[in-house]
Design a protein around this ligand. Structure first.
Ligand code: ASP
Length: 321
């Protein structure tokens, strides 16, 4: 019987947090450095409480992510980013390192907590990806809470991105927008947990990039890109420019390095360096290795993150050092 120290690490998204704080000041949204750091600390504690009471790594990840989805502080759940057509189109995914199963859900409009739909499906189907109105229908049939519609945080960032995207352009359709995907504001949420039986899980939830082309799906629902977890190896949850994360298979690359014997910090930086080579950077990742080592690495301006373990919050950070 494995007996390890349970641990949760969460992130609130790698991206241009200075723009979020600026938009918040302009619109009086109350999102500040302090509230965001408090948010990730609370989210880590929400997951840790599950582990403390003997719960599984999977359920800890769900509670941490659901806390952030419900907070209105991050690009996920109630404050999920808006696509170019003004719609909320969310993605989420979760992987259980003990069963080696994962479920990703994408292009969702219905649930307030997409991570809860991914969790429900994890126990009910062998399918790995399920999306669009079909997945929304399941969320409704399972009685999950309904999304309340665009949040002021998402609307403020949408308005700012829209102004930038349309500056000097005659934007009329998705084709032109596809070429202008440089307008990126992210701030997805994610969590990785290790329970006392040595099980590892990882999950993420997002509205995707602000002003994305409707129908665009990033890394977040895709195992091996947005998240990955294998017992005895480790787990990782990514954030940032989904296209770069997808093209470099970021989290499966990290699992590979962990298996090769790298610790969490070294595996994270090596994989992030390779993402920069392949796709130019713009990402962050949180990692737990099978020895309980953890890392929060990112090449963006900022990424709020926090770790909870016995005794409470153990570590946290926001800006790039
Ligand atoms: N990775 C997410 C996406 O590209 C965005 C983010 O992490 O903030 O959809």
């Amino acid at each position: 019987m494995v007996n390890v120290e349970p641990l949760v690490i969460v992130h609130g998204g790698a991206g241009r947090w200075s723009l979020v704080f600026e938009a918040s000041r302009e619109r009086g949204l109350g999102i500040s450095e302090e509230s965001v750091l408090d948010g990730v600390r609370q989210a880590a504690l929400a997951g840790y409480r599950v582990l403390e009471s003997g719960g599984s790594a999977v359920d800890a990840v769900v509670e941490s992510v659901a806390w952030m989805e419900g907070s209105g502080l991050f690009n996920a759940g109630i404050a999920a980013a808006l696509a170019a057509n003004g719609e909320v189109l969310m993605d989420a995914g979760i992987m259980d390192g003990s069963s080696r199963r994962a479920v990703g859900v994408f292009c969702l409009k219905y649930p307030r907590h997409p991570i809860r739909l991914a969790r429900l499906l994890l126990g009910r189907t062998r399918h790995v990806l399920l999306g669009c109105e079909y997945a929304d229908r399941l969320a409704r049939e399972y009685g999950l809470e309904k999304h309340p519609g665009p949040h002021p945080r998402a609307q403020a960032l949408y308005d700012a991105a829209r102004r930038k995207a349309l500056e000097g352009s005659g934007y009329t359709d998705n084709r032109e927008l596809l070429e202008r995907l440089g307008v990126i504001l992210s701030d997805t949420v994610g969590a990785v947990a290790l329970d006392r039986d040595g099980n590892i899980a990882a999950g993420v939830s997002t509205g995707g990039t602000t002003f994305k082309v409707p129908g665009r799906v990033g890394d977040s629902p895709i195992p091996g890109a947005g998240y990955y977890a294998l017992n005895g190896v480790g787990g990782a949850a990514a954030t940032g420019l989904g296209e770069a994360i997808l093209l470099s298979s970021l989290t499966s690359r990290i699992a590979w390095y962990l298996r090769e014997g790298y610790d969490a910090v070294k595996a994270g930086w090596k994989a992030l360096g390779e993402l920069e080579e392949v796709a130019g950077g713009g990402a962050g990742v949180i990692i737990i290795d099978s020895n309980g080592g953890y890392a929060a690495v990112f090449d963006t301006e900022a990424m709020p993150w926090a770790v909870a373990a016995e005794g409470g919050v153990k570590d946290y950070g926001l800006w790039r050092r």
